[in-house]
Design a protein around this ligand. Structure first.
Ligand code: AMP
Ligand code: MN
Ligand code: MN
Ligand code: MN
Length: 279
């Protein structure tokens, strides 16, 4: 059987809509043979996903998508093939979830001032007692009929300059890379074309990342156009970073991030999966 990788996905452990086991089943149905579950700032879903993957005979790479503050911006960094028991990673992620809890209260207060009541309680209920994300606020506002769809909620309320925005205070890049490496994993910059960075700023990020021990770049992403993948493939080669590929799947309703169905890595890229084949 042909190998088909999807190394960036979410479950209900963060802001996805499928439970970890259901995500694994959906991946099998989409023909994925190597799946990484990479929930935001938590390892919570990985045991359940691992059990289902073993039962169904697909390979599950334990992963995480870490929120990072770098030069006053939020960026996302994947840790792939991490040890679930690694203490630094566990403690680091717990700190980020604490920030999420206090941020959620503030987002609720800001929306309240804007005339939208009950958003904090609503988002918390949708997060089901697990990690709370801006996506839960967005879903709640859509459910309540305030805005037509999740994307519009972000645009209107949840991004910098808008009434419900709270500045991220996430991990610094060096710490996040350290946690992943101490956990035996590989650090990968997620969806690099999504940050709206100029070439100069992106180069600075990649240089900092490389210097701090980062090893991978998500060249192919469900949120990249093919041209963006080609551009990121060139950056990966320039900075001697391994190339990763993932859909950023959150839910079956979201057409831009279907499971699997990713284009091949651009020519000349060195795939991240070579990394764990050698270990
Ligand atoms: P958080 O980590 O809680 O700040 O939320 C970030 C998450 O919100 C991302 O991982 C995406 O899933 C989602 N998100 C961010 N921007 C948008 C957008 N413009 N439209 C829809 N979802 C978004
Ligand atoms: Mn998300
Ligand atoms: Mn992301
Ligand atoms: Mn993601």
């Amino acid at each position: 059987m042909q190998t088909s990788y999807d190394l960036h996905t979410h479950s209900t452990a963060s802001d996805g809509t499928l439970a970890p086991a259901a995500l694994v089943r959906a991946a099998v149905e989409s023909g994925v043979t190597v799946l990484a579950l990479t929930d935001h700032d938590t390892l919570e879903g990985l045991v359940e996903a691992g059990e289902e993957a073993r039962a169904l005979g697909i390979s599950l790479i334990p992963g995480v998508e870490i929120s990072v503050s770098w030069n006053n911006r939020t960026i996302h960094m994947l840790g792939l093939s991490v040890d679930l028991e690694a203490t630094d990673l566990q403690l680091g992620l717990a700190g980020l979830r604490e920030f999420r809890d206090s941020r959620a209260v503030k987002i609720g207060e800001r929306l309240e001032k804007y005339g939208i009541s009950g958003a904090y309680e609503g988002a918390l209920a949708l997060s089901n007692g697990r990690l709370v994300s801006r996506t839960h606020f967005a879903r709640y506002l859509v459910q309540q009929g305030h805005v037509a769809d999740v994307r519009k909620v972000f645009k209107k309320f949840l991004v910098p300059g808008k009434p419900g925005h709270v500045k991220g205070e996430w991990a610094d890049l060096q710490s996040a890379i350290g946690w992943v490496k101490q956990a035996g994993g590989i650090a990968v910059i997620a969806h690099p074309a999504r940050y709206g960075m100029t070439r100069t700023v992106l180069r600075r990020l990649l240089a900092d990342f490389k210097e701090a021990g980062g090893e991978g770049l998500e060249v192919v992403s469900g949120s990249h156009s093919y041209d963006e993948a080609l551009t990121m493939g060139r950056y990966a080669n320039e900075f001697k970073l391994m190339a990763s590929s993932g859909s950023d799947f959150h839910s079956p309703e979201n057409a831009w991030s279907r499971l699997g169905h990713l284009p091949e890595l651009p020519m000349g890229c060195r795939p991240v999966w070579d990394f764990w084949q050698q270990h």
